[in-house]
Design a protein around this ligand. Structure first.
Ligand code: SAH
Length: 462
């Protein structure tokens, strides 16, 4: 048995069964209501009435989500030192929560929130008192989730959705909660049909924060456009006959209409236009992430060869899923190459393309690693054209409540002058010419939200 002390009690983990076939990890959270009140202070927002008498010791509340995040930290981050390949795999999981508070929505809300994430949901309302059926049901639900899911994804689903279902966060929401939400929601939240409700409730209905989070979800892109736009019908025979197309369309959450085109969509369109302008027929997307650009390139028949590269195996798994790689027609599959690779190590597979794209990638590298990327891309792969996009740091003042950078994984964000300084030096060093284009609304003072450079081989000093 393992024990972890929390500011509001003690978390214990034990294993009622642990065999070759199956293992159960039980997390028991012993909440001490007195410590809870003392640690949070009497002014904690949801304890003004029920300071000492409340459901916290008994319910799978947001406190359980915090304890879980700490106790299963490496599992949630997708790390396992002993079996590094295992966290990437979806495994058969069953998760039981005997008393889950489901405020404002009950059993139906539990289905709505977990089912789109691939869980088979079994939810039953817990009666107020079994001896008095006429009293009706409590707002607690006995929940069991079953599915083949990566453990890290499962823990992140719970980490976000327990406080959402509880809808009574035990601590004041600070602005770093937006970072936490974006991290934990990576790969699933942006495309969730109820992402508006989840974000609002997770951030305790603080509208400025919610707006900032939604704007930033759009900013990081992360598949958001799938949830916003009806899927594009393909002209080829491979349009899916199995009703898949219904996913994500319609059912727009209330209060989110009239939304301007998200920046990630504008950015993708700008990159596609630039590729068209330079006449690229073969394209390699370096740091392809979940494959948004690759998807759009596949839809364009004039592009004959497409590669997507990423260092992250998880990103490639998401991309394969999103591109429906296993059901792709042979003709389309033949145009595509998706592989793992790092942009800071020379790789012959990067060579032989008309154009390379680095869309929102350079800012994910530690600055001392940038020269390695420049050598690999401009010096090694040497495509005819390189298209680079990156945030314009000057524009950040326009994002309400944004205190740091736009994404928790960004290592830097450049001003327009810094970007041009870098691009001009790279162009000169490797014999390219460079042009710049704004992406998104070009603010007269701050410039555009995204900046783009188009490099063309054959200029410069070399
Ligand atoms: N181009 C995509 C993803 C941008 S996020 C889009 O615009 O939607 C940045 C991506 O770069 C991540 O998927 C990350 O895994 C990848 N990346 C970061 N460092 C990398 C490296 N050294 N080599 C290859 N990919 C890298």
């Amino acid at each position: 048995m393992q024990e972890f002390s929390q500011s509001f009690g003690t978390a214990q983990v034990f294993y009622p069964e642990a065999g070759d076939e199956r293992c159960t990890a039980a997390l028991l959270l012993d909440v001490d209501p007195i410590r809870l009140v003392r640690s949070r202070g009497a002014s904690s927002p949801d304890f003004s009435l029920g300071q000492y008498v409340n459901d916290r010791p008994y319910a799978a509340s947001s406190l359980l989500a915090s304890a879980m995040a700490e106790v299963f930290r490496t599992a949630r981050a997708g790390r396992c030192a002993a079996r590094p390949e295992l966290p990437e795999q979806a495994i058969p999981l069953e998760i039981s929560l005997p008393a889950l508070p489901c405020r404002h929505g009950g059993v139906e809300l539990a289905h709505r929130l977990f089912e789109p994430l691939g869980w088979q949901v079994e939810a039953a309302a817990v009666p107020l008192d079994e001896g008095f059926p006429e009293w009706g049901n409590s707002r607690y639900v006995r929940l069991t989730l079953r599915g083949e899911v990566r453990l890290a994804d499962a823990l992140n689903h719970l980490y976000v959705l327990l406080p959402v279902l509880d809808d009574a966060k035990h601590y004041w929401v600070a602005s770093d909660e937006v970072d936490k939400l974006i991290r934990a929601g990576e790969g699933w939240l942006a495309a969730h049909p109820d992402r508006g409700l989840i974000t609002r409730r997770y951030l305790n209905r603080r509208t400025a924060l919610t707006r900032a989070a939604l704007a930033r979800l759009a900013e990081v892109g992360d598949d958001l456009e799938d949830a916003l736009e009806p899927p594009v019908e393909e002209e080829t025979a491979e349009a899916t006959p199995d009703g898949e197309a219904a996913e994500g369309s319609g059912g727009e959450p209330t209060g989110e209409s009239d939304r301007p085109t998200p920046l990630n969509v504008l950015r993708r369109e700008a990159v596609l236009a630039a590729l068209d302008d330079v006449g690229a027929r073969t394209v390699i997307d370096l740091g392809c992430g979940s494959g948004q650009l690759v998807n759009a390139l596949l839809a364009n028949k004039t592009i004959t060869k497409i590669a997507g590269v990423d260092v992250s195996a998880h990103a490639l798994t998401l991309a394969a899923r999103k591109l429906k790689l296993d059901r792709m027609s042979d003709a389309r599959r033949a145009r595509l190459d998706l592989f793992q690779g790092s942009l800071t190590y020379g790789d012959s597979r990067f060579a032989g393309y008309d154009a390379a794209v680095l869309m929102e990638v350079v800012e994910h590298l530690d600055p001392p690693r940038l020269p390695a990327l420049e050598r690999v891309v401009f010096g090694g792969a040497k495509p005819g054209h390189v298209i680079v996009t990156t945030p314009n740091a000057e524009y950040n003042v326009r994002y309400e409540t944004l205190t740091g950078m736009r994404h928790p994984d960004h290592r830097f964000e450049w001003t327009r002058a810094e970007f041009r300084h870098w691009a001009a030096a790279v162009a000169a060093r490797y014999g390219y010419q460079v042009d710049y284009r704004p992406v998104g609304e070009d603010d007269p003072e701050l410039g555009p939200p995204t900046q783009m450079a188009i490099f063309t081989a054959g200029g410069g000093d070399v």
